[in-house]
Design a protein around this ligand. Structure first.
Ligand SMILES: Cc1cc2nc3c(=O)[nH]c(=O)nc-3n(C[C@H](O)[C@H](O)[C@H](O)COP(=O)(O)O)c2cc1C
Length: 445
C-alpha cells in the first residue's frame, strides 16, 4: 500500500481520495475469505467519495419516494435496486448542474467516464477507500466491535463460527445486535474520514460481478457484462465475516434488500470512454414448477408442504449421502466447517427430469448466515440457465442473511425471484405469508 497522502479535503460531503496502489482481495490465510477474492495489485486514480451513506431524506427529496423497510429520515436509504441508486446519482447531478454519469434505458445502463456528475464508486475504488491503507480483514485491523466500531449482527463477531463453543479465543466477543440500520456517522470514520464502510448498509458499486483479472489493474471497472451487480461492506443484518474489506456480495441489479443501500462518488479528473452493455438476461422458460428443499429439523419442510398444499407443485427433499449429525451442537460444528471450506456434500437425491421445470422454489434453513452447503451441491448438479430460482428460507433471526447472494453467485445464468424468509416454522401466519410471496413472484397456482 502506498497511497500518496491522507485525505483531509472534504467538499460537498465528498472526501478527496488520493490515487495510489493497493492489494485488492484477501490473502490466502484470511479467515472466511471467498474463492472470488484473489489478491491482485490495483492502481486507483484519485476520486471523490461521500463521507456518509445516502440517507432516506436525501433520497426522498430528489426521488419523491422512499422504499426503505426501516423508515427514518436520517437513516440510510435501503431496499433500493442498483437501478434506483444509478437514477439517484443522475438526479443529484441534474440538481447540481453536472453532466450525468449514466444513460439509463430500461435495463441498459452505460457510464460516460468523462461526465463530472455523481456516480457509484467502482468495486476497486470502494475497497481501496474502505481499506484506507490497511491490509487486515477490516480497516479496524483484525476484528470489528459491534458495540463501538460498526453496526452489524453483533451476536456473530469475526471468527465466532469456529469458536462458538470456545469463545475465550475470540478477539471480539459477541455484542449488540441492533436489528436495524442506524444514523450514518454513529461510529468513528476510517483513516480517510469515511463513515460506516463496514456495516450499517452494504453499498452498491458500479461493477458487474465476475472473477478478478489477476494481472496488475489500473482503474478496473469489473466484468464487461453479467446478471449481477456487486455490493460491498455488509449491513446491519450481516455477520462480521461479511463485513470484511475484501468480501464481495452480488445480487441481481433489480434486486433489493433492507440491508443494502449506497454512497455516491465523483471523478477527480476527466476520463474518457463509455462503459456498459445490455444486462445479460436469459429467457425464462415456462415449464413446470418444482419445490426443492433441504431441511435439518423440519421447519423448511413445513414451508415446502404449505407451498405444495396451496399449489400442488411437485416437491423434492434434498438429502445428503452422509446426513448431518442429529445432535444440535455437532451439526453447528459440521455446518460451519463445510461452509468454511465451501464443501459440496454429495446428495442422495437426484431430480431425473429437471428439464421439465422452468422454475425452482428452493428452500433451506439459514445456516451461519448463508446457505447450507447441500444447496450449493444442488445448484452445481444441474444447468439452471433459463430457469427461475425463487428462494425460501427458515431462520432463527438472521432472515435470508447472505443466502441470496450465495445462490446468485452459484447460479449466474438463472433468474432470481424475490426470496421469502420465515422465522422458524412461521406459526399461524405461514399460509398468508406463503400465499403473498407466491403472488409477488407471479407464480400461478
Ligand atoms: C448449523 C445451523 C446453523 C444455523 N445458523 C443460523 C443463522 O446463522 N442464522 C439464523 O437466523 N438461524 C440459524 N440457524 C437456525 C435455523 O435457521 C432455524 O432453526 C431453522 O428454522 C431451521 O430450519 P430446518 O428446521 O428446516 O432445519 C442455524 C441452525 C443450524 C442447525
Amino acid at each position: 500500500m502506498n497511497a500518496a497522502t491522507t485525505p483531509s479535503d472534504v467538499r460537498d460531503g465528498l472526501v478527496s481520495i488520493p490515487g495510489g496502489t493497493f492489494s485488492m482481495g484477501s490473502p490466502a490465510d484470511e479467515g472466511w475469505r471467498g474463492e472470488d477474492e484473489a489478491l491482485h495489485e490495483v492502481e486507483v486514480s484519485g476520486f471523490f467519495l461521500a463521507s456518509f451513506e445516502t440517507t432516506q431524506a436525501d433520497y426522498e427529496r430528489l426521488m419523491g419516494a422512499n422504499p426503505s423497510a426501516n423508515a427514518g429520515a436520517g437513516l440510510p436509504v435501503e431496499s433500493v435496486t442498483w437501478y434506483d441508486a444509478a437514477a439517484y446519482c443522475n438526479a443529484l447531478s441534474a440538481e447540481a448542474g453536472l453532466s450525468p454519469a449514466y444513460a439509463i434505458d430500461g435495463a441498459t445502463v452505460t457510464w460516460d467516464l468523462s461526465a463530472d456528475g455523481y456516480r457509484l464508486p467502482t468495486e476497486a475504488e470502494w475497497e481501496y477507500a474502505c481499506r484506507a491503507g490497511t491490509t487486515t480483514p477490516f480497516n479496524t485491523q483484525t476484528s470489528i466491535s459491534p458495540d463501538t466500531e460498526a453496526n452489524y449482527y453483533g451476536t456473530y463477531p469475526y471468527g465466532i463460527e469456529e469458536n462458538y463453543f470456545s469463545q475465550g479465543g475470540l478477539e471480539t466477543r459477541p455484542g449488540v445486535y441492533r436489528q436495524t440500520p442506524i444514523e450514518p456517522g454513529s461510529f468513528a470514520p476510517n483513516a480517510w474520514g469515511l463513515f460506516d464502510m463496514h456495516g450499517n448498509v452494504a453499498e452498491w458499486v458500479w461493477d458487474y460481478y465476475g472473477p478478478y483479472d489477476e494481472a496488475v489493474q489500473i482503474d478496473p471497472t469489473g466484468a464487461p457484462t453479467g446478471a449481477l451487480r456487486v455490493n460491498r461492506g455488509g449491513g446491519w443484518n450481516d455477520f462480521a465475516k461479511s463485513l470484511r474489506s475484501a468480501y464481495r456480495a452480488a445480487l441481481p441489479a433489480d434486486g433489493a434488500s433492507p440491508s443494502v443501500g449506497f454512497r455516491v462518488a465523483r471523478n477527480a479528473a476527466a476520463k474518457t470512454g463509455v462503459l456498459g452493455a445490455q444486462v445479460a438476461t436469459t429467457a425464462t422458460g415456462d415449464g413446470d414448477v418444482l419445490v426443492a428443499f433441504f431441511s435439518w429439523s423440519g421447519n423448511t419442510r413445513g414451508i415446502a408442504q404449505e407451498i405444495a398444499r396451496q399449489t400442488g407443485f411437485d416437491v423434492v427433499e434434498l438429502e445428503c449421502e452422509q446426513p448431518y449429525s442429529s445432535d444440535y451442537n455437532t451439526v453447528l460444528e459440521e455446518a460451519q466447517r463445510d461452509q468454511n471450506v465451501q464443501a459440496r456434500p454429495a446428495l442422495a437425491t437426484r431430480v431425473g427430469d429437471m428439464d421439465r421445470y422452468g422454475t425452482v422454489l428452493l428452500g433451506y434453513p439459514n445456516w451461519w448466515a448463508s446457505i447450507p452447503m447441500p444447496i450449493a451441491s444442488f445448484l452445481g448438479s444441474y444447468d439452471f440457465s433459463g430457469k427461475t430460482i425463487v428462494p425460501f428460507c427458515s431462520h432463527g433471526g438472521g432472515r435470508l442473511g447472505q443466502s441470496v447472494s450465495a445462490i446468485s453467485k452459484l447460479a449466474q445464468n438463472a433468474t432470481l425471484g424475490e426470496g421469502l424468509s420465515v422465522h422458524y416454522s412461521g406459526g399461524s401466519g405461514l399460509a398468508a405469508d406463503v400465499s403473498a410471496w407466491l403472488e409477488r413472484n407471479g407464480i400461478g397456482r
